[in-house]
Design a protein around this ligand. Structure first.
Ligand code: ATP
Ligand code: MG
Length: 388
């Protein structure tokens, strides 16, 4: 590993997740290489090597495999065949087959069913016949494109068959899944890291608040959800990883249902939503609140280093910093935020702010949950983020 002999870790994708992976790898003595076509990509700008080609360019892939001794991915929609190509000559984690499943909502749900972990009742819609055959019990529902969705994009909420037909037409009749609209009490996620020999560790369960389909706030502290639920979610995430023979960091998102609502009847209270074959926005608090962050876990799994169970040493709240809070032509008042104790600012080096664009995040840690909450609410107010 780093320090003893030169080793370069490669990552497909140059977004903020790749940037934070590169930072974690470099801290441990590794060199890093990024493949991303954007010359200004957040990870490319901080890596030793930046290969600026498309993800499928054979020359780019060959150059990455030449310079990096092991390769991971940070971007869900990196074409799985590109990972398969790299795997011919280099260890690639997670494997192309696992990424391919996570890229396709229908395949992903079939995997959850195989693992015996309940997901929302759903139907696959690829043909007009399948559209017509959708059972009434799935309405109202959410129509989601099977591939390439993120941050709530590629989704439509539909109340009845007419709206369903219209939404599918709007989506160019791409393969979709229709999910029953569930009454949510809250949303949460679990990050696990699994090694090739089967060792699997987890970060504590994250409680997440989404706004307009984008993660806004993550809160992690003892009893952020009832302990029995957290244990079920962690066990489910581990079985989802094990059944895939997964190597790397995996995030699994869950819904906790509002069981006072009749629409939740018979579903068991905890529903798996989707998985991301990489570190996840909801795990960013681990950079300041845990003794091992999700990005160090990614480095360890990729480099074949030991996995130990991370320990959270502080309650934590993470606020996502979206482009919405950037004033025209300026930056948010960081000095006022950083004057608050226990605030940790992470910015991704993106040059242009836009509505809904993830520009950075703010972690708040402290010795008590009360203190963390108070500071997080003050920071939110200063930044113009709605209270939570
Ligand atoms: P991500 O950025 O997490 O990849 P995404 O675009 O893949 O998001 P989902 O996670 O499928 O989208 O859905 C986004 C949000 O929409 C969820 O976090 C949840 O708030 C809501 N949602 C999705 N599916 C359902 C459902 N079946 N019932 C109720 N709410 C849902
Ligand atoms: Mg999601």
């Amino acid at each position: 590993m780093g320090g003893s002999r030169e080793m370069t870790l490669g990552v497909m994708g140059g977004g903020q997740l790749g940037r934070m992976f590169a930072h974690a790898a470099q801290r441990m003595g590794f060199f890093t290489a990024v493949l991303d076509p954007d010359p200004l990509s957040p990870a490319g700008r901080v890596s030793h090597h930046h290969i600026q080609t498309s993800y499928t360019d054979p020359v780019g892939l060959e150059r990455l495999a030449l310079v990096a001794q092991a390769i991971t991915t940070e971007f869900e929609n990196v074409p799985a065949p590109a990972l398969a190509e790299l795997a011919k000559t280099r260890p690639v984690a997670p494997a192309a087959a696992c990424v391919a499943i996570a890229q396709d909502r229908a395949a992903e749900k079939a995997h959850f069913v195989r693992c015996g972990v309940p997901c929302a009742p759903y139907a696959v819609i690829e043909t007009a016949e399948q559209l017509a055959a959708v059972p009434d019990s799935l309405l109202p529902g959410i129509l989601k494109t099977a591939r390439m969705g993120y941050d709530g994009k590629g989704q439509a909420r539909v109340r009845n068959r007419a709206e369903l037909a219209e939404a599918w037409a709007d989506m160019q009749q791409l393969p979709c899944v229709l999910e029953k609209m569930l009454p949510l009490a809250l949303e949460c996620s679990v990050i696990v890291a699994r090694a090739s020999h089967g060792d699997c560790v987890n970060l504590p369960l994250q409680r997440n608040l989404h706004r307009e389909g984008i993660l806004a706030v993550t809160e992690v502290y003892a009893d952020n959800v009832p302990e029995a639920l957290a244990e079920r979610a962690i066990a489910a995430a581990k079985s989802i990883a094990a059944e895939l023979n997964y190597v790397g960091v995996l995030c699994v998102e869950f819904f906790v249902l509002d069981e006072s609502n009749p629409a939740a009847a018979g579903l068991g209270g905890l529903i798996v939503n989707e998985m991301a074959p990489r570190p996840h926005n909801s795990g960013h608090y681990s950079m300041d609140a845990c003794d091992v962050s999700q990005f160090e876990l990614q480095v360890r799994t990729l480099a074949g280093l030991p996995l130990v169970q991370p320990r959270q040493h502080s309650p934590a709240i993470m606020l996502n910093l979206l482009g919405d809070i950037w004033p025209e032509g300026g930056v948010p008042p960081w000095e006022r935020v950083l004057a608050l104790p226990g605030t940790h600012l992470h910015l991704y080096g993106k040059l242009r702010a836009a509505k809904g664009r993830k520009m950075g995040h703010l972690n708040i840690t402290g010795s008590t949950l009360e203190q963390v909450r108070r500071i997080a609410l003050q920071a939110a107010q200063i930044l113009g983020i709605e209270a939570f």
